[in-house]
Write a protein that binds this ligand. Structure first.
Ligand SMILES: [Zn+2]
Ligand SMILES: [Zn+2]
Length: 157
C-alpha cells in the first residue's frame, strides 16, 4: 500500500452545504456548539470516505484552518458522543466517519467497511449485512463484529 493517500480535498461548496446539518446534529448532542465542532463535523459529512486527523486538518486548511490538537480532540469527542465512529486502518491510523452516510445524526451502528489497497481510503458499507450465524466456542459472547473487506474501491478499479 502507498504511504500517502491522494488528497481528495473537500470542496468548499460541499463543506458549506453540510454546515446546517452539522449544526443541527450537534445541537441535540452538545452543550456548546462551537465553530471547530461544526467545521469538523461538516467536513466529515462532506467526505465519501473515512478521514484521518490529518485528512480533516488538511481539508479544512484552505477555508477554515484549525490546529491539529483541536482537530484531534473534536474527532475523539464526536466518537464519544456517538455522532461519528472510527475505524483502525491497516496503517494503524484511526479514520473517522459520521454515523452513516446521508444520515449523519444516526448514532453508531454496526456495519462493514472496505479498505482500498490502492488508495488506502476506508469506506463505510451500510447496506452490507453484518449479522451472520457465527458459531463461537461456548462461553464467548461477542459484543460486536468487525467486518472489513479489502480490495479496490470504485475510484481505483
Ligand atoms: Zn481506492
Ligand atoms: Zn463506518
Amino acid at each position: 500500500m502507498k504511504s500517502t493517500t491522494p488528497s481528495r480535498k473537500t470542496s468548499r461548496a460541499a463543506y458549506l452545504a453540510h454546515i446546517p446539518a452539522a449544526e443541527a446534529a450537534l445541537r441535540g448532542k452538545a452543550d456548546r456548539v462551537t465553530q471547530p465542532r461544526v467545521a469538523i463535523l461538516a467536513c466529515l459529512m462532506s467526505m465519501d470516505h473515512a478521514a484521518s486527523h490529518f485528512d480533516v486538518a488538511q481539508a479544512l486548511a484552505t477555508h477554515h484552518p484549525i490546529d491539529r490538537v483541536t482537530v484531534y480532540r473534536v474527532l475523539e469527542w464526536l466518537v464519544e458522543k456517538g455522532i461519528a465512529h472510527r475505524i483502525a486502518g491497516d496503517d494503524r491510523v484511526w479514520r473517522f466517519m459520521v454515523g452513516a452516510p446521508r444520515a449523519p445524526v444516526a448514532t453508531h451502528h454496526q456495519h462493514a467497511h472496505f479498505t482500498c489497497t490502492d488508495c488506502g481510503q476506508t469506506f463505510c458499507l451500510d447496506d452490507v449485512p453484518t449479522k451472520f450465524d457465527f458459531k463461537l466456542p461456548s462461553g464467548f459472547k461477542p459484543a460486536e463484529v468487525d467486518l472489513k473487506f479489502r480490495g479496490r474501491c470504485s475510484h481505483c478499479a
